[in-house]
Design a protein around this ligand. Structure first.
Ligand code: PLP
Length: 439
């Protein structure tokens, strides 16, 4: 059992954490296996959020562990700048074979933030290559989260994340979000009302002039702001408007990719093909940092054919793009997802997940429950501030009881490993129900 003293916690400036609070009452994970975390005080915790929406096959999957170990001994690092190693090529081919049709090229990054920045830069470069370099505006959405790089943060719709950083990208604008408690509270799967919210995009295009807009970026299901499921018909309309005005549609599938909705991508679940898909997290089952952008053939070909032979077609890349260890982990993770039927398992167990989630409807503090795939959001309180305090209380209660959930403002968010069983689903929701009772 590893114990840490308060002094040894000082140097690590933790991300998105109230550092001073944490260091007074640290929660230290020392191991993980399958659905469970092991804490340094011996406490065992059922991980109902897949690490941070990423450990889709459960923790420490032996095939992924073995692949990383083997690769570390074989080839630790090789740059992908003008040099190549087999696994990055192999993984790109494998990945595109499960990606939506017409998206056959992958650009590797190391995180979701880098993936969304890369997707936005690809959109600008594509329009430039077409002789439409004036298309520089990016349109995101309120309550969108696209990581923390300057591009993704600018496109995101979370004011609290921006206030320390000034203006960010001047060309970013935001559509309204789709969350509508009055019409859609307690929807199961896609809500019925709100397809017309997509029409605000068209109104914005009249304001800005469509020929200045490069791309629209959305999470198909917004994760980090509380699991906001797109209304029926909404994504279809966004696709149609983007196509009509020559604007690229980017799906940020950092959360929804790799089986979260029971299919490889949300694009498959909703039967809508975007031009670019940003990915990360489940790509390597969270075991090695990796992200990427899956690109349409049209975008890739345009950049290839307009650059003179012998020149770099896209002036972008990271030292660790296509890192050997990440590539090995990603190939192994994809094998596990496909060969062990995890997408199918997620689909089969989704109705059980939905039933358990919606069984909390009668609790007075609960103002909404929403779910799709193996995602759920339980929104608390009429006021965001009091709901936030309640969500944190439920989090603390569940943690003590051995279940890890995630409080996001006034919503308890859940995204378990796809391997979750019916019994584990019951454990998760009974802990939450008991936690809600204490409010
Ligand atoms: N995009 C979405 C939808 C995310 O949920 C996240 C992270 O939660 C990111 C991008 C950023 O990914 P990362 O933290 O790996 O940079």
């Amino acid at each position: 059992m590893q114990q840490l003293n308060a002094n040894s916690l000082e140097a690590f400036w933790m991300p998105f954490t109230a550092n001073r609070d944490f260091k007074q009452k640290p929660q230290i994970v020392t191991g993980a296996s399958g659905m469970y975390y092991q804490m340094n005080n011996g406490h065992r915790v059922l991980d109902a959020i897949a690490g941070l929406w990423c450990v889709n096959a459960g923790h420490g999957h032996p095939k992924i562990v073995e692949a990383i170990q083997k690769q570390a001994a074989q080839l630790d690092f090789a740059s992908s700048f003008g040099l190549g190693h087999p696994l990055a090529f192999e993984y790109a081919s494998r990945l595109t074979s499960v990606a939506p049709e017409g998206l056959d090229h992958v650009f590797f990054t190391n995180s979701g933030s880098e993936a969304t920045d890369t997707a936005l830069k690809l959109a600008l470069a594509y329009h430039y290559a077409r002789g439409e370099g004036q298309r520089q505006r990016i349109i995101g959405r309120q309550r969108g989260y696209h990581g923390v790089g300057f591009g993704g943060l600018s496109a995101a719709g979370m004011g609290a994340h921006k206030k320390q950083f000034g203006m960010l990208l001047p060309g970013a604008a935001h559509m309204p979000h789709t969350h509508d408690l009055a019409r859609n509270a307690f929807s199961r799967g896609q809500p019925s009302h709100g397809a017309e919210i997509a029409d605000t995009l068209e109104q914005m295009l009249q304001t800005y002039d469509p020929s200045t807009v490069a791309a629209v970026i959305v999470e198909p299901v917004a994760g980090s702001t509380g699991v906001l499921v797109p209304p029926l018909g909404y994504l279809e309309r966004l696709r149609e408007i983007c196509t009509r005005y020559g604007i690229l549609l980017i799906f940020d599938e950092v959360v929804t990719g790799f089986g979260r909705l029971g299919r490889p991508f949300a694009a498959d679940r909703f039967a809508i093909t975007p031009d670019l898909i940003a990915i990360a997290k489940g790509m390597t089952n969270g075991a090695v940092p990796m992200g990427g952008v899956i690109s349409s053939n049209e975008i890739c070909q345009k950049l290839m054919e307009t650059a003179p032979q012998g020149t770099v077609e896209f002036s972008h890349g990271y030292t660790y793009s296509g890192h050997p260890l990440a590539s090995a982990a990603a190939i192994a993770a994809l094998d596990v997802y496909v060969n062990e039927g995890l997408f199918e398992h997620a689909t089969l167990i989704e109705p059980v997940w939905e039933e358990h989630a919606h069984a909390l409807k009668a609790v007075p503090a609960v103002v909404d429950i929403r779910n799709i795939g193996l995602l759920a959001g339980i929104e608390l309180g009429e006021e965001v501030a009091s709901g936030k305090a309640m969500a944190k209380k439920v989090y603390d209660f569940c943690f003590e009881r051995g279940v890890l959930v995630r409080p996001v403002a006034n919503t308890i968010v859940l995204s378990p490993p796809l391997v979750i069983s019916e019994a584990e689903i019951a454990t998760v929701f009974s802990a939450i129900a008991a936690g809600l009772k204490t409010l």
